[in-house]
Every structure is written in C-alpha cells, then in structure tokens.
Design a protein around this ligand. Structure first.
Ligand SMILES: Cc1cc2nc3c(=O)[nH]c(=O)nc-3n(C[C@H](O)[C@H](O)[C@H](O)COP(=O)(O)OP(=O)(O)OC[C@H]3O[C@@H](n4cnc5c(N)ncnc54)[C@H](O)[C@@H]3O)c2cc1C
Ligand SMILES: NC(=O)c1ccc[n+]([C@@H]2O[C@H](COP(=O)([O-])OP(=O)(O)OC[C@H]3O[C@@H](n4cnc5c(N)ncnc54)[C@H](O)[C@@H]3O)[C@@H](O)[C@H]2O)c1
Length: 473
C-alpha cells in the first residue's frame, strides 16, 4: 500500500471517448490534467460498442449493396466469410489492447493513472490501482466524471442466473451462436440481430412495444422489422419476457405468447449510469444515479464537478459525448481563467445540440439516420409543425444506388418559423445524407433559403428538393 498525493488542475474520471476529449481540451487550454481509467483507454466505443459492432455489420452492408445492383450481383457468388469478418472486427479493437490509445494520451500531455477512481469529498479523487496502491488526486479547478454507462438489467425472474449476453458479449463473441434470442428492439437489439443473423445465427428478436426503434419515426421501426423478417429473423413485437432459465445447454425464455429456446440470449434494453462505485456518496450524490447537469455539463449544486457523456443520461452516443467534452472542456478552462461562462443556446460552452439537434445512425439494413425532433416529439413539445414524407426511391440518385431502392424521408418543419425541426432518412446508404440535415437544423436555415442549396444530379441528396416541393404543395 502506498499513499501518493498529486495535484492537477483537472481530474477526469474515466478514459472513454468522452473523458479522453475532456482531458485533451483542458490541456490544450493550458491546464494540467490527470485521466483515471479502470479498464481500457478508449472505453466502450472502441472495444465493445461502436467500432466492433460496425465492423461486424460492414461486410453484410457491402454484400447487400452489391447484390442490389444488377451486373454486380452476378459477381457475388459466395457467402460472407464469418472468420474473416470476426478477424477484421478484432483488428479494430486491436485485440482488446489499448496501448495505442495510451500512447496518444501520453503524447497529448495528459497524465494517465490506471485504477478505479472514486470521489472522496470536494475536488478529491482516490485512485486504487492493481495491488491496492492508492493515489490521492486533488483538482485545483474541476473533476469531470466520465464513467459512462453499462447495460441495464431488466427485472426478469431467473435472468441473472442464466448468464445472459450483454452488448459487450454480442460485440466481442468469437463465433456465432446457433440460435440467438435478443431481448430489446432498440439500437443494440436491431443492429446485433442484423449482424448475427447474417453471420449464421438464427435470431429471434423480442420487443415489448408495438414497434422496433420506438423513439424514432414509425417509418424506421416498420422498415427495419420488415427487413429483418425478410432476412429470416423472427421479430416478436408486443412480447414481454416473464422468466428465464437454463435447460441443459439451452436458454429458455418464458414470454407472453409462449416459450422461446436458444443457445444464447442477448439482453439489450437500455443503459444505466456507471456511478455505483465512483464515490458519489462522499459529495452528497446518490450512487448508481445519472448525474444531473446543466448545459455546461456542470453538476447542479456542485460547481467544481462535471458529468460528461453517457454518465449524465442526456444523449448516449459517442459523438455527443465528445461534443459535450468540447463544451464542458471550454467551460472548465474559461472558469479557471475567471471568465463568465454562458449556458445560452448555441454558446461555445453549452451543449445545446443535446436538446435540439442530436444526430444518430442505426446501422441496420436499411439504415436509419435522424436528427432533431420526430413528429411525436414536436407534438409533445407543443410546437406547431408540418410533416413532409417522401419516398427516397423516387429520386434518380437512389434508383442508381440500388435496383428497386426503397426508403423514406420524413421532415418535421416548424410551421411558424419555417425552419426544420428534425429529419429522418430510412433506406440503404442514408447515413451520409445526415450531416446536411444536421447543418440545416442547427443553422435553423429558413426553408426559403434551402431552395438555394441545390443538390447535385444524380445523387440521393435530390431528396431535399423533393421534400421542399412537397412542403410547398
Ligand atoms: C453495442 C453498442 C453499440 C454502440 N454503437 C454506437 C455507434 O455506432 N455510434 C455512437 O455514437 N454510439 C454508439 N454506442 C454508444 C457509445 O458506445 C457510448 O455513447 C459511448 O461509448 C459513451 O462514451 P463515454 O466515454 O461517455 O463512456 P464509456 O465509453 O463507457 O467510458 C467510460 C470509461 O470510464 C471507465 N470507468 C468507469 N468507472 C470508473 C472508475 N470508477 N474509475 C476509473 N475508470 C472508470 C470505464 O472503464 C470506461 O473506460 C453504442 C453502444 C453500444 C452498447
Ligand atoms: N448506432 C448507434 O449509434 C448506437 C448503437 C447501439 C447503441 N447505441 C446507444 O446505446 C443506447 C442503448 O441501446 P439499447 O438498444 O440497449 O437501448 P434502447 O433504449 O435503444 O432500446 C431498448 C429497447 O428495449 C425495449 N425493452 C425494454 N425493456 C424490455 C423488456 N423487458 N423486454 C423487451 N424489450 C424491452 C425498449 O422498449 C426499447 O425499445 C442507445 O439508446 C444509443 O444511445 C447507439
């Protein structure tokens, strides 16, 4: 046991994509920073989430795209190589070795401390390293908690006892299970059902609600459910899992509507804050809860403490955690210099896009790319709005992209201000259409001006013109 003490301007707890960026921004702003990590530098996104899941999906996407173009289709004579797909996935996780990311941290002038960090009163973090060594860190200006989230465990009788797959298992598995049961029809459930069905598993997807991807426009969940069924996935909507057990080598889910049997079960029903063991109790907060923060990511009532990324529950996406890191980092630097920090919408120290313009892509086949408000959210917020829907397949660029292209664009327009509140694209290859929509929503570009943003012919972006024409009527 050693009892080292060190002082930094800023202490960042958790070196996921969010924590790395908070530390980088404050160091670039002239402050010193310590970054504390209990597992792998890079966090969920690099090793168990975005990167491995998208690597698993990419080969299937390429094959689907080739098979959708006559002339190319004839060249696709074999099946997807599962071993090569898994090996490519492993190359993206560097075999779950974080040395290259640790090198980046070092090169960025950030002090990396390996171990579990826990708050221990105001501006203090105690790091317990392997072997029980402890280091007490004091932060002159701020502590940023960036400890992320972990899979939520639903209260299903018998579930903990059957050792279900978490999203971590689904993204790092070394082989396809014969039969995979997936509980939860959100981002993870839909993406992993797509991936593992393509890699040889027979997948059953169980969703409690009426639709998959229920927070999105209904066109999204309906299209993804239809495509999954086409690929052989057994999609069960309005189905509750009542109990789980193992029967020999099989997992058995007792559901409304009958029993399901499989070789593995993936539970993907959302996330919970990773704050149970971060010392929250020592500063008057409740362990296990999300951190309640303002738009500068400052924890309400504790001006020296910030909660950034998944841990605040605002938006659980890598790019939004990194955006929050930029805004929070700027706020920390400004406050350290004694400057006033604005949390007004769109200021350099406010994470306004969390509320107004969050982009996301679900990498299923078809893809779902969305930003801003859905029609349901606009209605809930009481914003007078008009909804414009257009089939993407009618656009020349889409018909060239894939034979028989099927997709839908949905735009939600503020009926009084005539600016876009939100846009959703559903269809193959729509991910790259999204940033134009994000710029239009964030910039609050008037519809009258959007007419001057002329899409090149023949690209899928011509969908913009069709949406404008439909809006004009
Ligand atoms: C299967 C899956 C796929 C996803 N795909 C996408 C995608 O394609 N695109 C996208 O934008 N988002 C995706 N996400 C969401 C994305 O992974 C998260 O939003 C992102 O990883 C959050 O980053 P973070 O840094 O806030 O948290 P994390 O990545 O969870 O990092 C937190 C870090 O803190 C460390 N830590 C925790 N407690 C302590 C402690 N007490 N002391 C020291 N260290 C600690 C952890 O070990 C971890 O490294 C996906 C999520 C899942 C589950
Ligand atoms: N491509 C991406 O950007 C991407 C990919 C994966 C995950 N993520 C992030 O990770 C988060 C977590 O993903 P997730 O899929 O775990 O959560 P989610 O919130 O997206 O979806 C969970 C789904 O599970 C359903 N559900 C809840 N309890 C259930 C039960 N007992 N039985 C059956 N269904 C049940 C819910 O109705 C919901 O549809 C996402 O919200 C997203 O922020 C992003």
């Amino acid at each position: 046991m050693s009892g080292q003490e060190q002082e930094f301007d800023v202490v960042v707890l958790g070196a996921g994509s969010t924590g790395e960026n908070v530390a980088d921004v404050v160091v670039r702003g002239g402050l010193s920073a310590a970054l504390v990590e209990a597992e792998l530098v890079g966090g969920e996104c690099s090793y168990w989430a975005c990167m491995p899941s998208k690597a698993l999906l990419r080969g299937t996407e390429v094959l689907t795209a080739a098979r959708a173009v006559d002339g190319a289709r004839q060249a696709v004579t074999g099946e997807q190589d599962v071993a090569a797909t898994l090996a490519r996935r492993d190359s993206f996780t560097h075999g779950w070795d974080d040395s290259s990311q640790a090198e980046w941290v070092d090169g960025a002038g950030i002090a990396l401390l390996r171990g579990t960090g826990r708050l221990d009163g105001e501006r203090t973090v105690v790091v317990t390293g392997t072997g029980g060594t402890t280091t007490r860190l004091t932060a002159r200006h701020a502590v940023a908690v960036c400890t992320g989230s972990e899979a939520a465990v639903p209260p299903i009788e018998g579930l903990p006892g059957i050792d279900p797959w978490t999203p971590r298992d689904a993204t790092s598995a070394k082989e396809a299970p014969g039969r995979l049961l997936v509980v939860g029809g959100g981002y993870v459930g839909c993406e992993m059902a797509t991936a593992w069905q393509a890699l040889g598993a027979r997948v059953t997807l169980v969703q409690r609600g009426d639709r998959l991807l229920e927070e999105m426009e209904p066109e999204a969940g309906d299209a993804v459910a239809a495509a999954l069924r086409d690929r052989g996935v057994d999609v069960r909507l309005r189905t509750d899992v009542l109990a789980a057990r193992r029967d020999g080598g099989e997992v058995v889910l007792q559901c409304t509507g009958g029993e399901l049997r499989g070789d593995e079960v993936l539970v993907a029903v959302g996330r919970q804050a990773r704050t149970a063991d971060a010392g929250l109790g020592t500063v008057g907060l409740t362990p296990g809860e999300y951190l309640d923060v303002d738009d500068s990511l400052q924890v309400r009532g504790l001006p020296w403490l910030y909660g950034v990324g998944d841990v605040n529950g605002r938006r659980q996406l890598t790019h939004m955690g990194k955006y929050q890191a930029r805004q929070a980092g700027a706020a920390i630097v400004a406050r350290a210099r004694g400057e006033q920090v604005s949390t007004a919408d769109w200021s350099p120290t406010a994470a306004t896009a969390d509320r107004r313009a969050t982009p996301s892509v679900v990498f299923t086949e078809p893809q779902v790319a969305s930003v801003g408000l859905t029609r349901a959210r606009a209605a809930k917020a009481g914003v007078p709005h008009r909804v414009v829907v257009y089939p993407i397949g009618s656009v020349a660029g889409a018909s060239l992209h894939a034979d028989g292209y099927t997709g839908t664009a949905v735009a939600v327009v503020d009926a009084e201000r005539e600016v876009l509140l939100g846009v959703t694209f559903v269809g193959p290859g729509v991910a790259e259409l999204l940033h134009a929509a994000t710029v239009a929503v964030v910039g609050e570009v008037p519809i009258a001006r959007l007419w001057h943003a002329v899409p090149a012919y023949p690209t899928m972006s011509e969908i913009w013109l069709r949406l404008l024409e439909t809006y004009r009527g």
